[in-house]
Design a protein around this ligand. Structure first.
Ligand SMILES: Cc1cc2nc3c(=O)[nH]c(=O)nc-3n(C[C@H](O)[C@H](O)[C@H](O)COP(=O)(O)OP(=O)(O)OC[C@H]3O[C@@H](n4cnc5c(N)ncnc54)[C@H](O)[C@@H]3O)c2cc1C
Length: 378
């Protein structure tokens, strides 16, 4: 589609209008096409950083500093693996890698906590083992011990999004535009936008969902996260390594390091304090390297920041919005810090429901239940 970003030109009709091309919109549009539906995906595609472009893209079934097994981790992991593998094969672009995740404990308390989680990990299907002497890859620091966990994987989110956007463009299914709620019409059981008609509308606008009419009342929270993109010559990049933050291999000696968490942020610009936090964490991780951090001065390529959109219960938001005058719209968002892990399975469930086949109540506590509760509370 030949889009002039300024103009109010017509867009083609499709079964599904997907608003937003982050991980959520990408997974929804891919899954819809696999189900035989036509799509139109709209995103301003500006240079601004979105969560998906800044993301580490790590699929880790052990969560945060509390080291708890991720909610429905194996179910989400299996769905994500199969979707990403099929997707990269079809696109001919490699963006998914699977390898055990290395965790270097930052304190003896964390190492002890890891031991107490053994049964939880086993119940959740997570395999863990200590990193043996001399086995520490990359010579990273591990004075309190280190452990492997699997399954683990990471996706290069920008590579995926760029490849998918190119494919959508080739199919004439991409519109470089913002969709304003006021520009959407509803008539004859169809959505209308810029001359195109759509049977379904799926909102995937990330942290911006909080301002979408009908979603403002949800218990939104958001955090700002910062990352550094670096070149680290001589460091082998075959695993994601964690210690306070994550070091993610991006290929050709490039790594992403992050991300920080800033609660109740008023903005999400890269900040001096965020950078200082990340640089201190990186020297701490590299302090064990044989060559020493002095010999391995990281070259900074970029310092970036984005909002993570989440709900206060840290569960994804997936389902149908309450009907307003017969209009039905769908939403996938609130992916917090788990978008790479959650988006594929959530997209599948959303598409099943949208086609009248599935049951979203399977994802307990998600949008349907939340809104029902809200209406009942009245
Ligand atoms: C620093 C950082 C590190 C992270 N690391 C990881 C990680 O290692 N693993 C992991 O699983 N997750 C990670 N995450 C979280 C993950 O990035 C998010 O959960 C996920 O990217 C959210 O995807 P999304 O599509 O919902 O939102 P977004 O990526 O924000 O995408 C929303 C899109 O909607 C578009 N949009 C907004 N409004 C409109 C509109 N009105 N019309 C059209 N388009 C619109 C935007 O331009 C944007 O492209 C990280 C996040 C951050 C910030």
């Amino acid at each position: 589609m030949n889009q002039d970003r300024q103009g109010p030109e017509l867009v083609p009709s499709a079964d599904v209008l997907v608003v937003g091309l982050g991980l959520a919109g990408a997974c929804v549009s891919w899954t819809a096409i696999q189900a035989g539906l036509s799509v139109c995906v709209a995103d301003p595609g500006s240079e601004a950083d979105s969560a998906s472009r800044v993301a580490g893209g790590v699929l880790d079934l052990v969560s945060g500093q509390k080291l708890t097994p991720a909610w429905r981790g194996m179910e989400f992991f299996r769905a994500a693996r199969s979707l990403y593998q099929a997707w990269q094969a079809q696109l001919g672009v490699e963006f998914y890698r699977e390898a055990p995740i290395l965790r270097s404990f930052a304190s003896s308390d964390q190492a002890a906590l890891w031991q107490t989680r053994a049964q939880d990990f086993e119940r959740a299907g997570i395999r863990v083992r200590p990193v043996g002497p001399g086995e520490l890859p990359m010579g990273l620091r591990a004075e309190h011990g280190a452990a492997w966990s699997e399954p683990g994987a990471w996706i290069q989110t920008e590579r995926l999004l760029d490849a998918w956007r190119t494919e959508l463009e080739r199919r004439g299914a991409w519109v470089a535009q913002t969709v304003a709620p006021a520009d959407l019409g509803w008539e004859g059981g169809l959505w209308h936008w810029r001359g195109g008609s759509f049977r379904h509308l799926v909102l995937c606008t990330g942290a911006a969902l909080a301002a979408w009419p009908g979603l403002e009342a949800q218990p939104w929270g958001r955090t700002a996260g910062e990352v550094l993109d670096l070149e680290l010559g001589g460091l082998a990049g075959e695993h994601v390594a964690k210690r306070k933050f994550q070091l993610i291999p991006m290929g050709a000696g490039r790594f992403r390091w992050g991300g920080t968490y800033r609660n109740r942020p008023s903005d999400c610009q890269p900040s001096a304090s965020g950078r200082a936090q990340l640089e201190a964490g990186l020297s701490d991780l590299l302090a064990g390297c044989e060559a020493g951090p002095g010999d391995r001065v990281p070259e900074l390529r970029a310092h970036r920041a984005a909002y993570r959109g989440n709900l206060r219960d840290h569960l994804p938001l997936v389902g149908r919005l309450p009907s307003q005058e017969g209009r039905t719209a769908w939403v996938l968002g609130a992916l917090g810090s788990k978008g790479a892990l959650w988006a594929p399975r959530c997209a599948e469930l959303l598409l099943e429901q949208l086609q009248g086949q599935g049951d979203l109540s399977e994802l307990h506590g998600l949008l349907g239940c939340r809104l029902t509760r809200q209406v009942a509370d009245g």
